[in-house]
Design a protein around this ligand. Sequence first.
Ligand code: C5P
Length: 300
Amino acid sequence: MSVTVRVPAKVNVQLAVGAARPDGFHDLANVFLAVGLYDEVTATPSAGGLRITCEGPDAGQVPLDRTNLAARAALALAERHGCDADVHLHIAKDIPVAGGMAGGSADGAGALLACDALWGTGTSRDDLLALCADLGSDVPFSLVGGAALGTGRGEKLTPLEVGGTFHWVFAMAARGLSTPAVFREFDRLGEGRDIPGPVASQPLLDALAEGDPDALAATVSNDLQPAALSLFPELAGTLAAGRAAGALTALVSGSGPTTAFLVRDADAADTVAEALRASGTCRTVRTAPGPVPGATVLDG
Ligand code: C5P
């Protein structure tokens, strides 16, 4: 018997970042949108204790030890219920690694849901969300999906209404960026400046609620973008290539280095994707709609 859970990637349509807190984290106003690129986590009983395997184009970059968020999720759930984490977790990875699309968080949320179903531990939604928040700031959103405003360090979620499907193109970069390094660069660039408290943009929330891509394109923002560009200057060329190809807007996804391009419809997505591939400014290009549901158990 095994259980497979499918978990989406995310893009941040707004990422407002406050000053560093005493605990090193930053307060955020983080508007998440789940998009249709997925990892699948399969949990199977294992006599030999916890084991992780991974397949996919980026599999070589995924740690297979207990630093993997999927492993940490299984161990946390086992501890919560006083059982052994005798499970083999297999990750079919399609979300870029260290890409700013919450791929590691997706695996954490997926492992939690898959182990809960496999072990019959019946964890309540609130307890699952608390376990997710302990694993990482973006993990609760990977569980919930759709669209949500994340406050605190991003883990306190308020679901958001979305009035339609938005079409996206994503350009994956040749190398990853470390999220802590990007936040450190944000701090360095902001030294000596007064950084205001992060606030969600009402025009952006209205654009989401109306499902209006032009209005959303006019209001997206990412306070981590200057830091990501400072560490990875070549991303400016990718952003420019997507804009030149007709994207409504172009931005870095989360802490990067994946770049995200909002387009009007699925045809425009294909056109912009083709132009980005031809530009030679990125490793791979994918198209995906959003919002999509969060972590979901697939029928056997
Ligand atoms: O929460 P998570 O473990 O995913 O965060 C990874 C790192 O990103 C943190 O250690 C911290 O350096 C940075 N971070 C932050 N403020 C946040 C979220 C993450 O500084 N709100």
